[in-house]
Structures are given as C-alpha cells and as structure tokens.
Design a protein around this ligand. Structure first.
Ligand SMILES: *[C@@H]1O[C@H](CO)[C@@H](O)[C@H](O)[C@H]1NC(C)=O
Ligand SMILES: *[C@@H]1O[C@H](CO)[C@@H](O)[C@H](O)[C@H]1NC(C)=O
Length: 189
C-alpha cells in the first residue's frame, strides 16, 4: 500500500505547484509561440591597440597544423560589436561576449560560447546564447541557440554563420578583423 500513497503525494505536490503558477508562467506549458529571425554582422578584430578578441591561453607545445588556421588549444576571449550591415560603419545593434577554444587537432574548428545582447530596437536588452563547435573554414556553419534572457527567455533555435571577410581592413575600422554574418532563427515565448 506504500506505492499508491507515495503516488498520491507526488500528484498533490504537482497539483499545488501548478496552482502556484501565474498566467505568465502558464505560457511556458504550451510551448514557444513566437518565431523571430535576426540578421546581423559580427566584427572580430585581432590586431591594433584595442583588439576585440584576445588570446588568453595556449599549451606551451601547441604548433599550427600544416593546413590549420589556429593551433590546437588556443583560447580566446572576445567582446565584439554587432552591426546591421556588413560594413563596420553600419549601425551598431548589439554586442557579443564570449570565448572560443581551438578544439580540433587540425586547427580548423573552434568550440565557442557566445552571449549576444541586442541594444537597439524592440529586443533592446534581450540576449541569446549560442554554444557549439564551429568548423569556421566551411562557407556556412550551423550553431544551436541554447537559451536567452528577456524577450528570448528559454529561447531555442539555430544560427547560420557565413564569413564575409577574413583579415579585412576598412575605413571604419583601421584594425584588421573578420566579419561574420549571423542569420539567427529564435523560437521563444
Ligand atoms: C611540452 O612538451 C614537453 C616535452 O614533451 C613536456 O615535458 C611538457 O610537459 C609539455 N608542456 C606542456 C605544457 O604540455
Ligand atoms: C536566413 O535564414 C532564414 C531561415 O533559415 C532564411 O529563410 C533566409 O533566407 C536567410 N536570410 C539570409 C539573408 O540568408
């Protein structure tokens, strides 16, 4: 007779906690309702006096693979600007804070975690997070959205990344840097 009474207790606890939810919380029970597509360009500069991306750690014996771009084990921290268009003179719409590590022996894939905060428009103050490996030499990469804050609370989704240019210099930004297009689809409440 112990099992049914235990089951009853569990059911009661579940019922009480459901009653405690308010109307806003109830929204989370029926699944994401909104789909938002955001397109922006990330500017990652790694030269000059004030780079947006810096190398913070590496294995003492790390050497670049013959065909590789980044030696295995390199860890970078970055705070990059996000703009509306590909030019660095384009309107700033947010910023990304994150880290990436060169996790592939061939030096052509990074593992990255990035929080993108939107600072303009209807999603101002909201952010979403990507976490995934990124085989950055491919023309198009897909990274998963694993969560968010504000309007993007509990968001899921996916982002297509495309490299616009590598080590490019333009009039708006004298430092050399990479520009990456982010096409993000978010499923949220
Ligand atoms: C680098 O390689 C040497 C020689 O194999 C080894 O003794 C040393 O521990 C290695 N250093 C690191 C940080 O892995
Ligand atoms: C962005 O991604 C969406 C959804 O995958 C797609 O429909 C749209 O054409 C893409 N836009 C650009 C500019 O690539």
């Amino acid at each position: 007779m112990r099992t049914p009474s235990l089951l009853l207790t569990v059911l009661c606890v579940a019922t009480i906690s459901l009653q405690c939810l308010d109307a806003t919380d109830d929204d989370y029970l029926s699944g994401p309702k909104k789909v938002t597509n955001i397109l922006f360009y990330l500017h990652n500069t790694h030269s000059g006096k004030d780079p947006s991306s810096v190398l913070v750690a590496q294995n003492a014996n790390a050497t670049a693979h013959a065909q590789g771009f980044l030696p295995f084990s390199y860890v970078y921290v970055y705070n990059d600007l996000l703009t509306e268009g590909p030019s660095s003179k384009s309107k700033v719409v947010g910023n990304a804070q994150g880290m990436y590590a060169s996790t592939a022996k061939d030096g052509n894939t990074i593992l990255e975690t990035i929080d993108h905060e939107i600072t303009d428009g209807p999603f101002k103050g909201s952010s979403f997070v990507l976490f995934s490996r990124n085989p950055f030499m491919l023309p198009r990469r897909e990274l998963p959205v694993i969560g968010g804050r504000g309007a993007f609370r509990m968001a899921q989704g996916f982002a297509y990344l495309r490299t616009v240019c590598v080590n490019c210099v333009n009039s708006g930004n004298p430092s050399k840097g990479d520009i990456i297009e982010y096409n993000v689809t978010l499923f949220h409440y």
